[in-house]
Structures are given as C-alpha cells and as structure tokens.
Write a protein of this length. Structure first.
Length: 120
C-alpha cells in the first residue's frame, strides 16, 4: 500500500463513494490503472489542537495497518477523514467500524454511474 500525498489525489477521491461512522469518514475511488492501493489520512483543524489531530491521524494509520489487505479493493484510493470522536472511541470499536464501513462501500453504486443514469 502507498500513501496519498497530492492534493489533487485527495480531491479526486472526494468525488467517489463515501460512508461515515462516529470516529471517521471513509471515501473510496476506483482507478483505471494497475497501481497499488493508496490510502490518505486527513484531520481538519476544527478537530482540535495539532497534538490532538496528530493523535487522531496516528490512530487511523494504525487501524489500516491492522486491517487485512484483502479488505481493500485493488486499484483503489481511500481517504480516511478523522473526527474528534476518534480520540475517545475504543480501538477495537474503531476497527469494527472500519470493517463495516468498507463493507458498505463495496455495496454502494459509484456516483459516476448514478449521475449518468440521472442525465438520461
């Protein structure tokens, strides 16, 4: 797995499928290339001081490390947007929430397909 670092990549993922839980939001975008799975992490300033935001980001990174790679779809980009609740949630609860969120993303119809159907 690689990390997303470019703003353009984060913006592209924002147009994909999304689902949210108490501690974070998960966004996913499927790519057409054969590259590896890429994951980005972001926490906005409204979630607290720099120390708190860094702690949220570290917890999100650790969640993804403990998640089996098979849970993520190949040729996709993911972004986890941390919320303040990630500071107080139990780690095992957050891991379960992440698995559940990924499962919901797998069942969603991509926005691009629904937008094309709405136009016709």
């Amino acid at each position: 797995m690689d990390r997303l670092r470019q703003r353009a990549d984060f913006l592209a993922v924002a147009n994909g499928a999304r689902t949210s839980v108490a501690a974070f939001v998960v966004q996913r975008r499927r790519r057409d290339d054969d590259g590896p799975i890429r994951i980005g992490f972001t926490v906005t300033k409204k979630n607290g001081t720099a120390t708190e935001r860094n702690r949220i980001r570290r917890r999100l990174r650790e969640l993804v490390k403990r998640l089996p790679a098979i849970s993520l779809q190949a040729h996709s980009d993911y972004v986890l947007i941390g919320r303040r609740a990630a500071l107080t949630c139990g780690f095992s609860n957050m891991l379960g929430d992440l698995r559940q969120a990924l499962h919901r993303l797998d069942r969603q119809i991509p926005r691009a397909v629904t937008e094309k159907n709405d136009e016709t």
